[in-house]
Design a protein around this ligand. Structure first.
Ligand code: LHQ
Length: 262
């Protein structure tokens, strides 16, 4: 049986490919477990300083594999709250909490939880032919995997509600124009752009990136004064690092910083 998740361990970063192309990389428990293990591995591995997540075939991810929990076969409605608690919510928190940059390269349609898992990345780059679909309403569900949070935070209520309630596809270019993702690129440039960024991060100040993620995540919940306090504490930590010393030395000596030597 083909592996549901491909892991390409490169110099400084890993590329994870969701690999159920015949089902547009829809999530099963097996895929959840494999992705969880791969993210934890990257978290532990000092040589993994960034992650790229993409999909095999023509889609990025169609969300939950609906055949995996078909209520018309079992006769019973599954407890979806439990599924979220066991699989999706921990995945979203893992992606957000990973102390390394997570780049999502959206190669094709991203639907349902697949769209929202993509949006959990730190930097989301999409192929121009890709689209984001909050498909949930079509099966009488609500957006999950952080969907109500990302859409409302990034786009505001008007667009969040319209996308969620119509389940209309949002093109990659529109998603970039609206500020939902970082950028849309020509399809044949997608992986080159994503891996170029991963290489850049792999040679960058990993801990400063982790602290930046923390600070920006905290900003959503904080008033200005509280956020200034967060910045003070995290900057103190950043300023005590060897990377900061190296960055300043490199600047003054007019040479590229070597953040990998620590
Ligand atoms: C699929 C799927 C799929 C199985 C395409 N499952 N086979 C969380 C907690 C727990 C449970 C419930 O859900 C959640 C969160 C969710 O994610 S709910 C939302 C689940 N996702 C969807 O509702 C999206 C369903 N898929 C679609 O609407 C379409 O496939 C899209 C718009 C993504 C793509 O359309 P097309 O490009 O026309 O492709 P297709 O529909 O022909 O799909 C290709 C194949 O993939 C097809 O199989 P087949 O054997 O006919 O070739 C589909 O049945 C299969 N597939 N999504 N989620």
């Amino acid at each position: 049986m083909a592996e549901v998740l491909l892991i390409d361990r490169r110099d400084g970063y890993h590329v994870l490919t969701l690999n159920r192309p015949e089902r547009l990389n829809a999530f099963t428990e097996g895929l959840h477990l494999a992705l969880r293990e791969a993210l934890d591995e990257c978290g532990r591995d000092d040589n993994c300083r960034a992650i790229v997540i993409t999909g095999a075939g023509r889609g990025f991810c169609a969300g939950q594999d609906l055949a995996d929990r078909d209520p018309t076969i079992t006769g019973e409605n599954p407890d979806l709250g439990r599924t979220l608690e066991t699989f999706y919510n921990p995945l979203i928190l893992r992606l957000r909490g990973l102390p390394k940059p997570v780049i999502v390269a959206v190669n094709g349609v991203a639907a349902g939880a697949g769209a929202n898992i993509a949006l959990a990345g730190d930097i989301v780059i999409a192929a121009k032919s890709a689209s984001f679909i909050q498909a949930f309403a079509k099966i009488a569900l609500i957006p999950d995997a952080g969907g109500t949070w990302w859409l409302t935070r990034h786009l505001g209520e008007a667009r969040a509600k319209a996308l969620a309630m119509t389940a209309e596809p949002l093109s990659a270019e529109k998603a970039a124009e609206w500020g939902l993702i970082w950028k849309a690129v020509d399809d044949d440039r997608l992986m080159a752009e994503a891996t170029k960024l991963a290489e850049h991060f792999a040679n960058g100040p990993t801990n400063a990136y982790a602290l930046t993620k923390k600070a920006i995540h905290a900003a959503s919940a904080n008033a200005l004064e509280a956020q200034l306090n967060v910045e003070r504490e995290l900057q103190r930590e950043a300023g005590l690092s060897g990377d900061y010393k190296e960055g300043v030395a490199a600047f003054l000596q007019k040479r590229p910083a070597n953040f990998r030597k620590r």
